[in-house]
Ligand binder design. Sequence first.
Ligand code: ADE
Ligand code: ZN
Ligand code: ZN
Length: 240
Amino acid sequence: WGTNGHRICGQIADSYLNAKARKAIKEILGDESIAITSNWADFIKSDPAYSYLYNWHFINLEKAYTYPELQAYLKADTITDAYTKVNFLTAELKKKATTKANKLLYLRMLIHIVEDLHQPLHTGHLSDKGGNDVKVVWFGKESNLHSVWDSELIDLQQLSYTEYTTMINHTTLAQRTEWQKAPLSQWIYESNQMADKLYAETKTGDKLSYKYNFAHIATLNQQLVKAGVRLAGLLNQVFG
Ligand code: ADE
Ligand code: ZN
Ligand code: ZN
């Protein structure tokens, strides 16, 4: 996601933390909110000291996997990607021995990656860099399929992240419980299924505008809410 997408997911997660997790997170982040810390992993991207974090933001899947196929793929996955790193970060944050500095780095990365995994094209093809090479025209200007989903659709709504959160953050306990109990592999499966449809629908050179927004904004908003709800569930489990 872009700046606002991450902040929206973070703000939603913040609304579903338990007291214990809230306190532990406050000790790590200080006065920085989850919404604001969500952007750190993108803001440090140009610093060579952090270039090793590049592949942590996504997992490339070359096709639409069935759920059993995906589970087998992930079970054998040892490369640096969003899946292996979410597992790594979760484990490290649970350890008492993890240093304060590492806890800050790991928490910022965990928050960011869980959010990114709900952007369907963060589970897209390596060959087109998750849709970055699918060049499209967005309201008359050059863009690409990845950016349309990271930022363009969200920016089109012309809302601050707090206004956007107020608009979309409506869930029932039953819905939250269902989303939170799904394992990480299921989150990736859902995104990958969506990415497959998005790839099939849009080709290089397509002109996208209001019609594309109308067709997809509800799905996009649901992914933002799911990301926030699941992030809260994970943080409650790690720190609760
Ligand atoms: N951003 C940059 N490269 C990417 C990739 N291969 N997949 C998804 N997002 C990306
Ligand atoms: Zn992205
Ligand atoms: Zn990212």
